[in-house]
Design a binder for this molecule. Sequence first.
Ligand code: XMP
Length: 512
Amino acid sequence: MKNKETIVILDFYSQFNQLIARRVRECNVYSEVLPYDVSIEKIKEINPKGIIFTGGPASVYEEDAPNCDKEIFNLGIPILGICYGMQFMSYSLGGKVEKGSKKEYGETEVNLDTSSPLFEGFNDKNICLMSHTDLVKELPNGFRTIASTSNCPIAGIENKDLNFYGIQFHAEVNNTVNGVKIIRNFLYNICKCSGDWVMSSFVEESIKNLRERIGNKKVLLALSGGVDSSVAAVLLHKAIGKQLTCIFVDHGLLRKNEGDEVENIFRNQFDINLIRVNAEERFLSKLAGVSEPEKKRKIIGEEFIRVFEEEAKKIGTVDFLVQGTIYPDVIESGKGKAAVIKSHHNVGGLPDYVDFKEIIEPLRDLFKDEVRKTGLELGIPEMLVFRQPFPGPGLAIRIIGDITREKLDILKDADYIFREEISKAGLDKELNQYFAVLTNLKSVGVMGDYRTYDYTLALRSVCTTDFMTATWSRIPYDILEKVSSRIVNEVKHINRVVYDITSKPPATIEWE
Ligand code: XMP
């Protein structure tokens, strides 16, 4: 995949590094985030159409301020510096940067010189997000000012001969009106990109590359039914057909009917070589009597790998093992260390004893939204492509306390009703994660003339983009009422339903 039309984003510790990369890709140009101190050889090897220097919290005058090889300015490649990136470029090329004493932050009216190709199609005033302490005070030779504000006379710079540009504000964030258009102008007017990054060509190219790399060898994949492993499976299947074997370990802790749905889609719709292991008994017996959440996770994680290994051994030696790694997992930030670990609580890891020679990571270059687009391109049903995240340990961490088959069945039925009503109300795409939790609490109720003493079920729903913070969803009362009355009427052993109105923080999304 080397030397496809690429924009390199040099990360100077920006909190927006991934956002810039995504904006570029939204404009149909492939982008890669690299740490600021990446070698010049690496950049030459990629031969990008353009380079973007990100912002960052440092000041160019700090002793250990991040800086890159100055040779970058001699490559003849267009550069756009954003915030610190602009200051760094100006300072490196002989301009002066003034050390600011206080931070300027907020949406600010910026005067733009619309004769610059960077601001083509703009009005001469635009609201932009300024966030900086230092400022460019004197331009380097050959540059001119193309943007200014009342507090910041040099808010944008240009050297048309060298194709070097800088902006003091953040074009990548939504607070900057039409910010993406500035990025698009850089890509198309200045870097002369052709815009060949579309998912259909990604699919085509990946299939070709996978075929070349795999030849007639054997490939193994652990299918969970989640978006990433599903897309990886179908992509590989399109490339190498029956040379691919998928192992689907059904630990019995999936949502109602989910195991059968996964099997049906992959075996019947795609005709993929699928081994489904029904291991519910095995997991439930290992989990019997265990109430501590982290212990549940550990048991499930370990058992999962054990089952997978046993099945893999039956197949014998395989040549390749597929991993569903995606781009945010592999981005090396300016902090200089690779973030290769998914999340602290992900089930699994690499099985130690599976006999394979190499790992294939077909989605390594993609952001999550691109994985979904690829899924649609491959004909995977929408209900799978847009499915909400589901934790590896499954319903085990949504049954508070110890797990029994009875509790599992109660939860599956209640959760099913909740999901059904949300989907009927057309809210399923709006709510980012929603599910039921079987609390360990029993309380008194009355049904007809009888006193009941049964479980309390909690409903949880959140709106979030990153799952690190989340707000509880304002689901309309009439929908909550419908869900509640259906659950107490249709699911035995639940006599009370509550709705969780806590955001994250302080609560987490899952209850365990
Ligand atoms: P919390 O509960 O930490 O959840 O706010 C944040 C996101 O992570 C998911 N989650 C998990 N995913 N294994 C997973 O694969 C786990 O053990 C696990 N625990 C939480 C959770 O569903 C939410 O999307």
